[in-house]
Design a protein around this ligand. Structure first.
Ligand code: FAD
Length: 455
Protein backbone atom coordinates (compact mmCIF):
# COMPACT_ATOMS: atom_id res chain seq x y z
CA UNK A 1 0.00 0.00 0.00
CA UNK A 2 1.31 3.49 -0.90
CA UNK A 3 1.42 6.41 1.46
CA UNK A 4 -1.91 7.44 3.01
CA UNK A 5 -2.80 10.84 1.61
CA UNK A 6 -4.41 13.28 4.03
CA UNK A 7 -5.68 16.59 2.70
CA UNK A 8 -6.44 19.40 5.15
CA UNK A 9 -8.57 22.40 4.18
CA UNK A 10 -7.53 25.56 6.04
CA UNK A 11 -4.21 26.46 7.70
CA UNK A 12 -5.40 27.96 10.97
CA UNK A 13 -5.52 26.33 14.43
CA UNK A 14 -7.47 23.22 13.40
CA UNK A 15 -5.47 22.66 10.21
CA UNK A 16 -2.13 23.32 11.88
CA UNK A 17 -2.76 20.99 14.83
CA UNK A 18 -4.05 18.24 12.51
CA UNK A 19 -0.96 18.48 10.30
CA UNK A 20 1.64 18.38 13.06
CA UNK A 21 -0.15 15.56 14.91
CA UNK A 22 -0.43 13.48 11.72
CA UNK A 23 3.24 13.98 10.86
CA UNK A 24 4.27 13.22 14.42
CA UNK A 25 2.12 10.16 15.06
CA UNK A 26 2.22 8.28 11.75
CA UNK A 27 4.83 7.24 9.21
CA UNK A 28 4.00 6.55 5.55
CA UNK A 29 1.67 9.49 5.41
CA UNK A 30 1.46 12.41 3.02
CA UNK A 31 -0.02 15.56 4.55
CA UNK A 32 -1.08 18.48 2.37
CA UNK A 33 -2.76 21.67 3.54
CA UNK A 34 -4.63 23.87 1.08
CA UNK A 35 -5.11 27.43 2.31
CA UNK A 36 -7.23 29.95 0.42
CA UNK A 37 -5.48 33.00 1.90
CA UNK A 38 -2.18 34.56 0.94
CA UNK A 39 -0.64 34.80 4.41
CA UNK A 40 -0.33 31.43 6.09
CA UNK A 41 -1.83 31.04 9.54
CA UNK A 42 -2.14 34.58 10.86
CA UNK A 43 -3.18 34.27 14.52
CA UNK A 44 -6.17 36.57 15.07
CA UNK A 45 -5.88 35.83 18.82
CA UNK A 46 -2.70 37.94 18.69
CA UNK A 47 -4.23 40.81 16.70
CA UNK A 48 -4.82 43.02 19.74
CA UNK A 49 -1.18 42.69 20.81
CA UNK A 50 -0.04 43.51 17.26
CA UNK A 51 -2.28 46.59 17.17
CA UNK A 52 -0.79 47.70 20.50
CA UNK A 53 2.78 47.23 19.18
CA UNK A 54 3.43 44.46 21.68
CA UNK A 55 4.75 41.86 19.20
CA UNK A 56 8.10 41.34 17.50
CA UNK A 57 6.62 41.95 14.00
CA UNK A 58 3.26 41.58 12.26
CA UNK A 59 4.45 38.63 10.18
CA UNK A 60 5.50 36.81 13.37
CA UNK A 61 1.86 36.73 14.58
CA UNK A 62 1.14 33.33 13.09
CA UNK A 63 0.77 29.71 14.09
CA UNK A 64 3.40 28.56 11.62
CA UNK A 65 5.23 29.54 8.46
CA UNK A 66 5.17 27.23 5.40
CA UNK A 67 8.83 26.28 5.99
CA UNK A 68 8.00 25.06 9.52
CA UNK A 69 5.61 22.48 8.10
CA UNK A 70 7.86 21.52 5.21
CA UNK A 71 10.66 20.82 7.71
CA UNK A 72 8.36 18.29 9.37
CA UNK A 73 7.60 16.62 6.02
CA UNK A 74 4.24 18.27 5.23
CA UNK A 75 3.20 20.31 2.20
CA UNK A 76 1.23 23.53 2.13
CA UNK A 77 -0.21 25.45 -0.82
CA UNK A 78 -1.39 29.00 -0.12
CA UNK A 79 -3.79 30.90 -2.41
CA UNK A 80 -5.31 27.47 -3.03
CA UNK A 81 -9.03 27.25 -2.40
CA UNK A 82 -10.72 23.88 -2.23
CA UNK A 83 -13.97 24.37 -4.13
CA UNK A 84 -15.55 20.91 -4.33
CA UNK A 85 -15.42 17.40 -2.88
CA UNK A 86 -15.98 14.36 -5.12
CA UNK A 87 -16.59 11.71 -2.48
CA UNK A 88 -17.10 8.88 -4.99
CA UNK A 89 -13.64 9.43 -6.50
CA UNK A 90 -12.09 10.64 -3.23
CA UNK A 91 -10.75 13.82 -4.82
CA UNK A 92 -11.12 17.53 -4.26
CA UNK A 93 -11.06 20.37 -6.77
CA UNK A 94 -8.50 23.00 -5.84
CA UNK A 95 -8.51 26.45 -7.47
CA UNK A 96 -5.44 28.66 -7.52
CA UNK A 97 -6.90 32.02 -6.48
CA UNK A 98 -4.14 33.97 -8.28
CA UNK A 99 -4.27 32.22 -11.68
CA UNK A 100 -7.78 30.72 -11.60
CA UNK A 101 -6.31 27.34 -12.60
CA UNK A 102 -7.99 24.25 -11.22
CA UNK A 103 -6.60 20.84 -10.38
CA UNK A 104 -7.89 17.64 -8.81
CA UNK A 105 -6.16 16.21 -5.74
CA UNK A 106 -6.73 12.72 -4.37
CA UNK A 107 -7.19 11.94 -0.68
CA UNK A 108 -7.56 8.90 1.55
CA UNK A 109 -8.71 11.15 4.42
CA UNK A 110 -9.98 14.71 4.16
CA UNK A 111 -10.07 17.09 7.14
CA UNK A 112 -12.12 20.28 6.85
CA UNK A 113 -11.03 23.12 9.12
CA UNK A 114 -12.35 25.95 6.99
CA UNK A 115 -13.46 28.03 9.98
CA UNK A 116 -15.72 31.04 9.92
CA UNK A 117 -15.74 34.57 8.55
CA UNK A 118 -17.08 37.67 10.31
CA UNK A 119 -20.46 38.85 9.04
CA UNK A 120 -21.05 42.34 7.70
CA UNK A 121 -24.31 43.93 8.83
CA UNK A 122 -26.93 43.67 6.08
CA UNK A 123 -27.80 47.38 6.09
CA UNK A 124 -27.59 50.26 3.61
CA UNK A 125 -24.11 51.72 3.24
CA UNK A 126 -22.24 48.63 4.43
CA UNK A 127 -19.98 48.86 1.36
CA UNK A 128 -18.66 52.33 2.27
CA UNK A 129 -14.93 52.72 2.85
CA UNK A 130 -13.59 52.48 6.41
CA UNK A 131 -16.03 49.81 7.54
CA UNK A 132 -13.77 46.99 8.68
CA UNK A 133 -14.06 43.48 10.05
CA UNK A 134 -11.75 42.09 12.72
CA UNK A 135 -10.26 38.77 11.64
CA UNK A 136 -7.22 37.69 9.67
CA UNK A 137 -4.08 39.30 8.29
CA UNK A 138 -5.59 41.71 5.76
CA UNK A 139 -8.04 43.30 8.19
CA UNK A 140 -5.33 43.49 10.86
CA UNK A 141 -3.17 45.47 8.41
CA UNK A 142 -6.00 47.87 7.57
CA UNK A 143 -7.03 48.34 11.20
CA UNK A 144 -3.43 49.13 12.15
CA UNK A 145 -3.13 51.90 9.56
CA UNK A 146 -6.49 53.37 10.61
CA UNK A 147 -5.29 53.30 14.22
CA UNK A 148 -2.18 55.25 13.24
CA UNK A 149 -4.08 57.78 11.09
CA UNK A 150 -4.81 61.23 12.53
CA UNK A 151 -7.80 61.42 10.16
CA UNK A 152 -9.44 58.67 12.22
CA UNK A 153 -10.71 60.13 15.49
CA UNK A 154 -14.30 58.88 15.86
CA UNK A 155 -14.43 55.10 15.96
CA UNK A 156 -17.59 53.02 16.22
CA UNK A 157 -17.25 49.41 17.30
CA UNK A 158 -20.25 47.23 16.52
CA UNK A 159 -20.49 44.17 18.76
CA UNK A 160 -19.96 44.04 22.52
CA UNK A 161 -18.52 40.53 22.66
CA UNK A 162 -14.88 39.83 23.48
CA UNK A 163 -13.60 40.64 19.96
CA UNK A 164 -15.44 43.99 19.92
CA UNK A 165 -14.09 44.77 23.38
CA UNK A 166 -10.54 44.05 22.19
CA UNK A 167 -11.10 46.72 19.50
CA UNK A 168 -12.53 49.12 22.09
CA UNK A 169 -9.52 48.62 24.37
CA UNK A 170 -7.08 49.27 21.50
CA UNK A 171 -8.76 52.37 20.05
CA UNK A 172 -9.70 53.99 23.37
CA UNK A 173 -6.17 53.24 24.63
CA UNK A 174 -4.84 55.12 21.58
CA UNK A 175 -6.90 58.18 22.53
CA UNK A 176 -9.64 57.81 19.89
CA UNK A 177 -13.23 58.74 20.60
CA UNK A 178 -14.90 55.31 20.77
CA UNK A 179 -18.59 54.37 20.72
CA UNK A 180 -19.64 50.77 21.33
CA UNK A 181 -22.95 49.68 19.82
CA UNK A 182 -24.85 46.44 20.32
CA UNK A 183 -28.42 45.19 20.25
CA UNK A 184 -27.86 43.48 23.60
CA UNK A 185 -28.41 45.57 26.71
CA UNK A 186 -24.97 45.39 28.25
CA UNK A 187 -21.36 45.02 27.12
CA UNK A 188 -20.11 41.43 27.38
CA UNK A 189 -23.67 40.53 28.39
CA UNK A 190 -23.45 37.14 26.67
CA UNK A 191 -20.03 36.34 28.21
CA UNK A 192 -20.32 37.40 31.84
CA UNK A 193 -22.96 37.36 34.53
CA UNK A 194 -24.48 40.77 35.37
CA UNK A 195 -22.52 41.42 38.60
CA UNK A 196 -19.24 41.30 36.69
CA UNK A 197 -20.63 43.55 33.95
CA UNK A 198 -21.63 45.95 36.77
CA UNK A 199 -17.91 46.29 37.54
CA UNK A 200 -16.69 46.60 33.94
CA UNK A 201 -19.34 48.99 32.64
CA UNK A 202 -18.12 51.99 34.70
CA UNK A 203 -14.58 51.13 33.60
CA UNK A 204 -15.66 51.69 29.99
CA UNK A 205 -17.19 55.05 30.94
CA UNK A 206 -14.04 55.97 32.90
CA UNK A 207 -12.04 55.39 29.73
CA UNK A 208 -14.39 57.65 27.75
CA UNK A 209 -16.08 54.87 25.79
CA UNK A 210 -19.62 55.92 24.80
CA UNK A 211 -22.05 53.06 25.22
CA UNK A 212 -24.96 52.74 22.83
CA UNK A 213 -26.52 49.50 24.00
CA UNK A 214 -29.87 48.00 23.07
CA UNK A 215 -29.54 49.83 19.75
CA UNK A 216 -30.24 48.61 16.24
CA UNK A 217 -28.11 49.88 13.36
CA UNK A 218 -30.28 51.10 10.49
CA UNK A 219 -27.64 52.29 8.02
CA UNK A 220 -24.17 53.66 7.46
CA UNK A 221 -24.05 57.05 5.74
CA UNK A 222 -21.26 58.89 3.92
CA UNK A 223 -20.17 59.86 0.41
CA UNK A 224 -17.26 57.45 -0.20
CA UNK A 225 -16.12 56.86 3.34
CA UNK A 226 -18.42 56.19 6.25
CA UNK A 227 -19.31 59.40 8.12
CA UNK A 228 -22.20 58.46 10.38
CA UNK A 229 -23.86 55.38 11.82
CA UNK A 230 -27.64 55.69 11.99
CA UNK A 231 -29.24 53.72 14.82
CA UNK A 232 -32.76 53.63 16.23
CA UNK A 233 -31.29 55.50 19.22
CA UNK A 234 -29.63 58.29 17.27
CA UNK A 235 -26.84 59.17 14.86
CA UNK A 236 -23.18 58.63 15.71
CA UNK A 237 -20.25 60.26 13.93
CA UNK A 238 -17.72 57.78 12.57
CA UNK A 239 -14.42 57.99 10.68
CA UNK A 240 -14.05 54.23 11.10
CA UNK A 241 -16.41 51.37 11.95
CA UNK A 242 -15.20 48.00 13.20
CA UNK A 243 -17.85 45.33 12.87
CA UNK A 244 -17.46 42.39 15.27
CA UNK A 245 -21.06 41.27 15.29
CA UNK A 246 -20.94 37.56 14.70
CA UNK A 247 -19.54 35.00 12.31
CA UNK A 248 -20.71 32.65 9.56
CA UNK A 249 -19.09 29.29 8.79
CA UNK A 250 -17.04 29.10 5.54
CA UNK A 251 -19.23 26.33 4.22
CA UNK A 252 -21.17 27.74 1.25
CA UNK A 253 -19.01 25.61 -1.04
CA UNK A 254 -20.12 22.44 0.77
CA UNK A 255 -23.85 22.93 0.24
CA UNK A 256 -25.37 19.93 -1.49
CA UNK A 257 -22.32 17.75 -0.74
CA UNK A 258 -21.77 17.80 3.00
CA UNK A 259 -24.71 17.90 5.44
CA UNK A 260 -24.91 21.23 7.26
CA UNK A 261 -26.69 22.35 10.41
CA UNK A 262 -28.93 25.42 10.52
CA UNK A 263 -26.58 28.37 10.39
CA UNK A 264 -24.22 26.55 8.04
CA UNK A 265 -22.14 24.63 10.60
CA UNK A 266 -20.86 21.28 9.32
CA UNK A 267 -22.85 18.38 10.74
CA UNK A 268 -20.53 15.91 12.48
CA UNK A 269 -21.00 12.97 14.81
CA UNK A 270 -19.17 12.47 18.11
CA UNK A 271 -16.07 11.36 16.14
CA UNK A 272 -16.08 14.45 13.84
CA UNK A 273 -17.21 12.33 10.88
CA UNK A 274 -19.33 14.10 8.28
CA UNK A 275 -21.95 12.33 6.16
CA UNK A 276 -19.23 11.54 3.57
CA UNK A 277 -16.91 8.58 4.14
CA UNK A 278 -13.39 9.59 5.26
CA UNK A 279 -14.33 13.26 5.39
CA UNK A 280 -14.04 14.93 8.82
CA UNK A 281 -14.63 18.45 10.10
CA UNK A 282 -13.29 20.35 13.11
CA UNK A 283 -12.79 23.89 14.42
CA UNK A 284 -15.07 26.90 14.30
CA UNK A 285 -17.03 25.38 11.38
CA UNK A 286 -18.54 22.70 13.66
CA UNK A 287 -20.53 22.77 16.89
CA UNK A 288 -18.52 20.96 19.59
CA UNK A 289 -19.99 19.08 22.54
CA UNK A 290 -20.09 21.41 25.53
CA UNK A 291 -19.33 19.34 28.65
CA UNK A 292 -21.41 21.50 31.04
CA UNK A 293 -24.35 21.80 28.61
CA UNK A 294 -24.16 18.12 27.60
CA UNK A 295 -24.99 19.12 24.04
CA UNK A 296 -23.31 20.71 21.02
CA UNK A 297 -23.08 24.51 21.01
CA UNK A 298 -20.97 27.13 19.26
CA UNK A 299 -17.64 27.43 21.11
CA UNK A 300 -15.47 29.24 18.58
CA UNK A 301 -12.06 29.11 20.18
CA UNK A 302 -8.58 28.13 19.08
CA UNK A 303 -8.39 25.88 22.15
CA UNK A 304 -11.44 23.97 20.94
CA UNK A 305 -10.09 23.54 17.40
CA UNK A 306 -6.79 22.18 18.71
CA UNK A 307 -8.39 19.68 21.09
CA UNK A 308 -10.66 18.45 18.32
CA UNK A 309 -7.73 18.08 15.91
CA UNK A 310 -5.68 16.12 18.43
CA UNK A 311 -8.59 13.77 19.14
CA UNK A 312 -9.37 13.32 15.45
CA UNK A 313 -5.83 12.49 14.41
CA UNK A 314 -5.48 9.95 17.22
CA UNK A 315 -8.52 8.06 15.91
CA UNK A 316 -8.59 8.87 12.20
CA UNK A 317 -7.40 5.47 10.99
CA UNK A 318 -9.66 3.44 13.33
CA UNK A 319 -12.65 1.90 11.52
CA UNK A 320 -14.85 3.11 14.34
CA UNK A 321 -13.15 5.11 17.09
CA UNK A 322 -13.28 3.30 20.41
CA UNK A 323 -14.00 6.53 22.29
CA UNK A 324 -16.03 9.62 21.45
CA UNK A 325 -14.63 13.15 21.78
CA UNK A 326 -14.97 14.12 25.45
CA UNK A 327 -16.14 17.65 24.67
CA UNK A 328 -14.81 21.03 25.71
CA UNK A 329 -15.54 23.52 28.46
CA UNK A 330 -14.79 26.69 26.49
CA UNK A 331 -12.56 29.11 28.37
CA UNK A 332 -11.38 32.57 27.44
CA UNK A 333 -9.64 35.54 29.02
CA UNK A 334 -9.45 39.24 28.32
CA UNK A 335 -7.86 42.40 29.63
CA UNK A 336 -10.08 45.46 29.51
CA UNK A 337 -8.27 48.63 30.54
CA UNK A 338 -7.16 47.99 34.15
CA UNK A 339 -9.17 44.79 34.58
CA UNK A 340 -8.45 41.18 33.65
CA UNK A 341 -11.00 38.40 33.56
CA UNK A 342 -11.24 34.73 32.61
CA UNK A 343 -14.50 32.92 31.97
CA UNK A 344 -15.09 29.20 31.66
CA UNK A 345 -18.07 27.09 30.65
CA UNK A 346 -21.62 28.41 30.79
CA UNK A 347 -22.99 31.64 32.23
CA UNK A 348 -26.55 32.77 32.88
CA UNK A 349 -27.02 33.73 29.22
CA UNK A 350 -25.61 30.57 27.64
CA UNK A 351 -27.14 28.23 30.25
CA UNK A 352 -30.57 29.74 29.55
CA UNK A 353 -29.98 29.44 25.82
CA UNK A 354 -28.99 25.77 26.25
CA UNK A 355 -32.11 25.29 28.42
CA UNK A 356 -30.05 24.03 31.37
CA UNK A 357 -31.45 24.74 34.86
CA UNK A 358 -29.05 27.07 36.64
CA UNK A 359 -28.47 29.39 39.55
CA UNK A 360 -25.69 31.93 39.94
CA UNK A 361 -23.66 33.22 42.84
CA UNK A 362 -21.42 36.28 43.11
CA UNK A 363 -18.50 36.51 45.53
CA UNK A 364 -16.45 39.61 46.28
CA UNK A 365 -13.36 39.68 48.47
CA UNK A 366 -9.77 40.76 48.86
CA UNK A 367 -7.19 38.29 47.61
CA UNK A 368 -5.01 38.11 50.75
CA UNK A 369 -5.52 38.28 54.55
CA UNK A 370 -6.98 41.49 56.01
CA UNK A 371 -3.66 42.54 57.59
CA UNK A 372 -2.24 43.19 54.10
CA UNK A 373 -2.77 46.87 53.17
CA UNK A 374 -5.37 47.50 50.48
CA UNK A 375 -2.88 48.75 47.89
CA UNK A 376 -1.21 45.32 47.76
CA UNK A 377 -4.38 43.36 48.49
CA UNK A 378 -6.49 43.61 45.34
CA UNK A 379 -10.24 43.20 45.15
CA UNK A 380 -11.26 39.96 43.45
CA UNK A 381 -14.62 38.87 42.13
CA UNK A 382 -15.91 35.39 41.28
CA UNK A 383 -19.15 34.51 39.59
CA UNK A 384 -20.29 30.88 39.56
CA UNK A 385 -23.09 29.31 37.55
CA UNK A 386 -24.28 25.94 38.82
CA UNK A 387 -27.09 23.42 38.70
CA UNK A 388 -29.40 24.24 41.64
CA UNK A 389 -30.30 20.59 42.27
CA UNK A 390 -27.01 18.74 41.84
CA UNK A 391 -24.68 21.70 42.53
CA UNK A 392 -22.64 20.70 39.45
CA UNK A 393 -20.55 23.71 38.45
CA UNK A 394 -21.59 24.74 34.96
CA UNK A 395 -19.48 27.83 34.58
CA UNK A 396 -17.49 30.50 36.33
CA UNK A 397 -15.54 33.68 35.87
CA UNK A 398 -12.92 35.55 37.85
CA UNK A 399 -12.25 39.28 37.60
CA UNK A 400 -9.76 41.60 39.20
CA UNK A 401 -7.31 44.41 38.49
CA UNK A 402 -4.71 41.87 39.61
CA UNK A 403 -4.10 39.05 37.16
CA UNK A 404 -6.07 36.13 38.62
CA UNK A 405 -6.92 34.70 35.18
CA UNK A 406 -5.11 31.41 35.96
CA UNK A 407 -7.97 30.74 38.40
CA UNK A 408 -10.17 30.54 35.31
CA UNK A 409 -8.23 27.43 34.30
CA UNK A 410 -8.87 25.92 37.74
CA UNK A 411 -12.57 26.55 37.16
CA UNK A 412 -12.28 24.94 33.73
CA UNK A 413 -10.82 21.81 35.29
CA UNK A 414 -13.64 21.69 37.85
CA UNK A 415 -16.29 22.20 35.16
CA UNK A 416 -14.69 19.69 32.77
CA UNK A 417 -14.67 17.04 35.51
CA UNK A 418 -18.26 17.86 36.46
CA UNK A 419 -17.31 18.79 40.00
CA UNK A 420 -19.82 20.22 42.43
CA UNK A 421 -19.77 23.32 44.62
CA UNK A 422 -19.00 21.01 47.55
CA UNK A 423 -15.92 19.65 45.70
CA UNK A 424 -14.66 23.16 44.95
CA UNK A 425 -15.41 24.39 48.46
CA UNK A 426 -13.18 21.65 49.88
CA UNK A 427 -10.48 21.41 47.18
CA UNK A 428 -7.07 21.39 48.80
CA UNK A 429 -5.49 24.57 47.43
CA UNK A 430 -2.37 26.10 48.96
CA UNK A 431 -2.36 28.98 51.42
CA UNK A 432 0.46 31.47 51.58
CA UNK A 433 -0.40 35.03 52.61
CA UNK A 434 1.78 36.44 49.85
CA UNK A 435 -0.73 34.95 47.41
CA UNK A 436 -4.09 34.18 49.01
CA UNK A 437 -6.11 33.68 52.19
CA UNK A 438 -6.35 30.68 54.54
CA UNK A 439 -9.00 29.38 52.22
CA UNK A 440 -8.13 30.14 48.62
CA UNK A 441 -10.31 32.35 46.43
CA UNK A 442 -12.23 29.59 44.65
CA UNK A 443 -12.78 27.66 47.93
CA UNK A 444 -14.35 30.80 49.34
CA UNK A 445 -16.46 31.50 46.26
CA UNK A 446 -17.89 27.95 46.36
CA UNK A 447 -18.46 28.14 50.15
CA UNK A 448 -20.30 31.41 49.59
CA UNK A 449 -22.49 29.78 46.90
CA UNK A 450 -23.31 27.04 49.44
CA UNK A 451 -24.17 29.66 52.05
CA UNK A 452 -21.54 28.35 54.47
CA UNK A 453 -20.26 30.53 57.29
CA UNK A 454 -18.48 33.57 55.91
CA UNK A 455 -14.79 33.20 56.57
P1 FAD B 1 -10.16 29.68 11.12
O1 FAD B 1 -9.20 30.35 12.04
O2 FAD B 1 -11.46 30.32 10.89
O3 FAD B 1 -9.40 29.54 9.72
C1 FAD B 1 -9.94 28.86 8.64
C2 FAD B 1 -8.92 28.90 7.51
O4 FAD B 1 -9.43 28.14 6.42
C3 FAD B 1 -8.69 30.31 6.98
O5 FAD B 1 -7.31 30.55 6.93
C4 FAD B 1 -9.35 30.30 5.61
O6 FAD B 1 -8.68 31.15 4.68
C5 FAD B 1 -9.22 28.84 5.21
N1 FAD B 1 -10.25 28.38 4.28
C6 FAD B 1 -11.59 28.54 4.38
N2 FAD B 1 -12.24 27.93 3.36
C7 FAD B 1 -11.27 27.38 2.60
C8 FAD B 1 -11.30 26.61 1.40
N3 FAD B 1 -12.43 26.29 0.81
N4 FAD B 1 -10.12 26.19 0.87
C9 FAD B 1 -8.93 26.50 1.47
N5 FAD B 1 -8.85 27.23 2.62
C10 FAD B 1 -10.00 27.66 3.16
N6 FAD B 1 -9.49 31.91 20.35
C11 FAD B 1 -8.87 31.59 21.49
O7 FAD B 1 -8.88 30.42 21.90
N7 FAD B 1 -8.22 32.54 22.21
C12 FAD B 1 -8.15 33.84 21.83
O8 FAD B 1 -7.52 34.69 22.50
C13 FAD B 1 -8.82 34.21 20.64
N8 FAD B 1 -8.79 35.49 20.22
C14 FAD B 1 -9.38 35.82 19.03
C15 FAD B 1 -9.31 37.14 18.61
C16 FAD B 1 -9.88 37.50 17.40
C17 FAD B 1 -9.81 38.94 16.95
C18 FAD B 1 -10.54 36.52 16.60
C19 FAD B 1 -11.15 36.89 15.27
C20 FAD B 1 -10.62 35.19 17.03
C21 FAD B 1 -10.04 34.83 18.24
N9 FAD B 1 -10.09 33.51 18.72
C22 FAD B 1 -9.48 33.19 19.90
C23 FAD B 1 -10.81 32.46 17.97
C24 FAD B 1 -9.84 31.64 17.11
O9 FAD B 1 -9.13 32.50 16.26
C25 FAD B 1 -10.64 30.62 16.28
O10 FAD B 1 -11.42 29.84 17.15
C26 FAD B 1 -9.71 29.71 15.49
O11 FAD B 1 -8.93 30.46 14.61
C27 FAD B 1 -10.50 28.65 14.71
O12 FAD B 1 -9.63 27.91 13.92
P2 FAD B 1 -10.15 27.11 12.64
O13 FAD B 1 -9.06 26.18 12.25
O14 FAD B 1 -11.48 26.54 12.92
O15 FAD B 1 -10.41 28.16 11.48
Amino acid sequence: MGKQKVIIVGASHGGHESAIELLDQYSDIEVTIYEAGDFVSFMSCGMELYLKDEVTAKDDVRNFAPADLEKRGGKIFKNNQVSAIHADQKTVTVRDTKTGQEKEAAYDKLILSSGVKPVMLPVEGNDLENIYLMRGYDWATKIKSALESDAVQDVVVVGAGYIGLEAVDVFAGAGKNVTLIDVIDRPLGTYLNPELVDILEPELAKNHVNLCMGAKIESFQGSDKVETVITDKGTIKADLVIVAAGVKPNTDWLQGTVDLEDGGFIKVDEYFRTNLPDVYAIGDAVLPLSIPAGKPMPIALATTARREAQYLVKHIFETKPHEAFAGVVGSSALSLFDYHFAASGLNAFSAAKAEIPFKTSFYEDRLRPAYIPDDSNPKVYVSLTFNPLTHQILGGAVLSKYDVTAQGNVLSLAIGHKMTLEDLAQADFFFQPGFDRQWSLLNLAAQHALDLARF
